[in-house]
Design a protein around this ligand. Structure first.
Ligand code: THU
Length: 134
C-alpha cells in the first residue's frame, strides 16, 4: 500500500516516477523527466516528457500526468514527485506548477531537493480557478 492515514511511501512514488522517466521521448533535449502523483482515492498517476521536432510543442511530463488523471476518473492530486534522467529529485518548471495547482491546489505536497513542501510555497500567490468565480 502506498499510503495510510498518516504516511505516504515517497520511495514507492519516486520509483513510479523513475519508471515513467524511462519511457520519456526526449531526443532533442536529451533530458528525460518522469513524474508520479498520488490521487485522493489512492490511484497513482504518472507522466513523462514527450518532445517534438517543432521544439516549442514539446510536452512536459506533468502534461501527461494531468491528462492521465482526468482521463482515468479525475480527482485531486495529494502528493507529487518529479525526477530527472539520473532518477534524482527535480523541481517542476513554472508552467507545470500551474498545471499542478489546478488539480492539487495549495496543499498539494511536492517532494523537492529542499524537502517536502506544499505547492503554496512553490507557487506563492497562485492564480487559480477561484479567481474566475469572483
Ligand atoms: N521538463 C519536464 O518534463 N517537466 C519539468 O517540470 C521540467 C522540464 C522537460 C521539458 C523538456 O522536454 C526537458 O525537460 C528539458 O527542458
Amino acid at each position: 500500500m502506498i499510503s495510510d492515514a498518516t504516511t505516504v511511501d515517497w520511495d514507492r512514488l519516486r520509483e513510479e516516477a523513475r519508471a515513467a522517466m524511462c519511457r520519456a521521448y526526449a531526443p532533442y533535449s536529451g533530458y528525460p523527466v518522469g513524474v508520479a502523483a498520488l490521487v485522493d482515492d489512492g490511484r497513482i498517476v504518472t507522466g513523462c516528457n514527450v518532445e517534438n521536432a517543432s521544439y516549442g510543442l514539446g510536452l512536459c511530463a506533468e502534461c501527461g500526468l494531468v491528462s492521465q488523471l482526468q482521463n482515468s476518473g479525475g480527482g485531486r492530486l495529494t502528493h507529487f514527485t518529479c525526477v530527472d534522467g539520473r532518477g534524482e529529485i527535480l523541481v517542476p518548471c513554472g508552467r507545470c506548477r500551474q498545471l499542478l495547482y489546478e488539480f492539487g491546489g495549495p496543499d498539494l505536497l511536492l517532494e523537492t531537493p529542499a524537502g517536502i513542501l506544499p505547492l503554496s510555497q512553490m507557487l506563492p500567490q497562485a492564480f487559480g480557478p477561484d479567481h474566475l468565480t469572483k
